[in-house]
Design a protein around this ligand. Structure first.
Ligand code: G3H
Ligand code: ZN
Length: 288
């Protein structure tokens, strides 16, 4: 069933679990992740970033993912990840997304507040929950030239209050697109942010987090935990093995079978670390 972001965030803090937002790029990874959520009987967020919507137009990708979500027997949120401007967020809403992120984290504070406020107004006019970012989670690839900026707790409080966002992404030590789990997060900073900010927090770049940190943050104020690279690696590496093992094969459905199983296994592994075995689906209802 397709649900909105707030529907899955509402129980996370009291329940001591967090909902993963897995980045997907098409049918195969989205289907595998929903299979994982169904096996866990738990909610999940499928998220599309700039790369995904530049590969497949959002007018096609949105309805495809919404269709998959609607057929699922667990709550599924279809989320726009790192939306860079008003028009992209508007397009996502027009195409059925049930959650959006506007990312103004590279802007100066006042500009980020002003732009985020405008886009919150748009999303809320359509009753769609919205996430935004304060501080900035950087990228591991230096050629992208996106360095991080740790979140200042008092700025996080002011930003959340002035913008009215439903969820707040904060930078506490993770870096996007790490290929190993060696990120070091700052628990003192998280505690301080938690004491000041009321809305659920979002962790980005979570592939880089060691398993024990995923477990620990699931019990904190993080309601949404974004995981992309781990899923891309499990699909891509398994696909490479398949090519090597079956040099004569050319049928994509045959070649994708094991990569899809690998994505499902990886998603289940992360969901267990986020304590999703505690979740009960009965509380959720279909949108409309
Ligand atoms: O917004 C998406 C995430 O922050 C994914 O980060 O690819 O490092 O896991 P990751
Ligand atoms: Zn991110």
């Amino acid at each position: 069933m397709l649900v909105k972001l707030n529907d899955v965030l509402q129980g996370t803090i009291a329940g001591g679990y967090a909902v993963p937002a897995f980045n997907v790029f098409g049918y195969e990874d989205a289907k595998s992740i929903i299979d994982a959520a169904e096996e866990m009987n738990a909610p999940v967020i499928i998220a599309t970033n700039k790369v995904a919507i530049s590969h497949m137009p959002i007018e096609i990708l949105g309805p495809l993912l919404v269709g998959i979500a609607e057929r699922a027997n667990v709550p599924v949120v279809v989320h726009l990840d790192h939306g860079k401007d008003y028009e992209t967020v508007a397009q996502a809403i027009r195409n059925g997304y049930s959650s959006v992120m506007y990312d103004g984290s590279s802007l100066p504070f006042e500009e980020n507040v002003a732009t985020t406020k405008e886009i919150v107004k748009l999303a809320h006019a359509f009753d769609i929950p919205i996430e935004a970012e304060i501080g900035s989670v950087g990228y591991s690839d230096p050629s992208l030239g996106i360095s991080g900026q740790l979140t200042d707790p008092s700025e996080a409080k002011e930003f959340a209050e002035r913008t009215g966002v439903d969820a707040l992404a904060v930078a506490v030590g993770t870096v996007h697109r790490m290929e190993n789990q060696s990120a070091e997060i700052q628990y003192d900073r998280i505690e301080e942010i938690q004491s000041l900010v009321k809305v659920p927090l979002v962790m980005h770049g979570s592939t880089g987090l060691p398993d024990e940190d995923l477990r620990r943050i699931a019990g904190m104020q993080f309601g949404k935990v974004n995981i992309g690279t781990a899923i891309r690696m499990s699909f891509g590496k398994t696909l490479r093995n398949e090519f090597n093992a079956k040099p004569q094969a050319f049928d994509r459905i045959e070649l994708f079978e094991k990569p899809m199983q690998a994505v499902k296994r990886e998603a289940i592994h992360k969901m267990k670390l986020l304590n999703l075995d505690k979740f009960k689906t009965e509380r959720y209802q279909l949108i409309n």
